[in-house]
Design a protein around this ligand. Structure first.
Ligand SMILES: *[C@@H]1O[C@H](CO)[C@@H](O)[C@H](O)[C@H]1NC(C)=O
Ligand SMILES: *[C@@H]1O[C@H](CO)[C@@H](O)[C@H](O)[C@H]1NC(C)=O
Ligand SMILES: *[C@@H]1O[C@H](CO)[C@@H](O)[C@H](O)[C@H]1NC(C)=O
Length: 273
């Protein structure tokens, strides 16, 4: 779930009239300058940071033992700050297996209608891989965001805040959604994954691919920073920010949750309070 309120607060706080405010004056604004507002954006983004781009989709590459535990990661998302290295991530197959029963039952468990059918779940799994190929966003990262946003329920409710966040990835004004639909077509499922991974036509509708590019890192921290940006907005992060305690961030532990999902966290009690 994503909110725009934080972006506005920070944008006002750090850009407008803050010349005189000493504490914030030392912070460097990075990522993107907000001024160049687009009327609409291209929806064919790919990860261009070569160290983070996935070029071949291999579902068995990665760790094979899911660790169902929660570590509260704080700091800048780097391995030296304790965050998981990419080599600590589960393989896509293991990550899927660890979450399959959660995905199968997610709709009824959350009051979003009937559970996914077998075909809908199979199409979700295939859509994550095909969009990963198209966008070069690591398929495990897409799955982690899907789990974080909807637990994989194709009929997940649209969240309406200042902007509407529909679908499996609760995208920014995306067009894909199966909310209140009895059956969810493959085309809708692919659209929901594209909306979140590649972006929507809205100026602020960045998907994971662009956010990884905007995260300004060539290390695994680029993913954790992109998770932060996906949750609280493309302009919500500065170079020194703690990805978890960033004040005002929409869901404070979002990036830590995503890191834990990538190593196998499913049902263990969160340490984020
Ligand atoms: C996929 O990854 C596994 C595990 O690292 C490896 O054994 C296998 O050769 C890879 N497959 C391809 C097609 O690269
Ligand atoms: C759907 O999920 C609910 C909630 O966990 C579960 O009790 C039920 O057995 C599931 N239904 C089907 C058809 O899988
Ligand atoms: C989830 O549902 C699929 C399709 O019905 C089924 O094949 C699979 O065994 C289920 N997995 C779990 C862990 O219940």
């Amino acid at each position: 779930m994503r909110f725009t309120q934080f972006i506005n607060t920070l944008a006002v706080g750090s850009l407008a009239g803050l010349v005189a405010a000493a504490p914030l004056g030392t912070r460097t604004l990075e990522v993107t300058e907000r001024g160049e507002s687009l009327a609409s954006r291209s929806t064919s983004a790919v990860v261009t940071v070569s160290a983070l781009a996935v070029s071949t989709i291999n579902n068995s590459q990665g760790q094979s033992t899911a660790k169902n535990s929660y570590t509260l990661y704080t700091g800048d998302g780097s391995v030296s700050a304790g965050w998981p290295a990419k080599s600590d991530w589960l393989s896509f197959d293991e990550m899927w297996k660890a979450n399959e029963d959660i995905i199968n039952e997610s709709c009824e468990n959350n009051g979003w209608g009937e559970n996914n059918s077998a075909a809908e779940t199979a199409n979700l799994k295939a859509a994550i891989q095909s969009v990963a190929k198209e966008s070069k966003v690591d398929h495990r990262f897409i799955l982690a965001i899907v789990l974080q946003e909807s637990k994989g329920c194709v009929r997940v409710k649209t969240t309406a805040n200042a902007v509407s966040n529909p679908g499996l990835m609760q995208s920014y004004e995306g067009t894909g959604s199966c909310y209140e639909k009895a059956t969810c077509s493959d085309a809708e499922i692919v659209q929901m994954i594209r909306d979140g991974s590649i972006g929507t036509a809205y100026a602020d509708g960045y998907g994971l691919a662009q956010l990884i590019n905007m995260a300004d890192r060539t290390t695994v921290a680029g993913f954790y920073r992109a998770a932060r940006l996906y949750n609280s907005g493309a302009y919500s992060l500065e170079s020194t920010d703690n990805l978890v305690s960033t004040s005002g961030a929409a869901t404070s532990c979002y990036a830590s949750d995503v890191a834990n999902r990538l190593t196998g966290w499913t049902t263990a009690t969160t340490k984020c309070t």
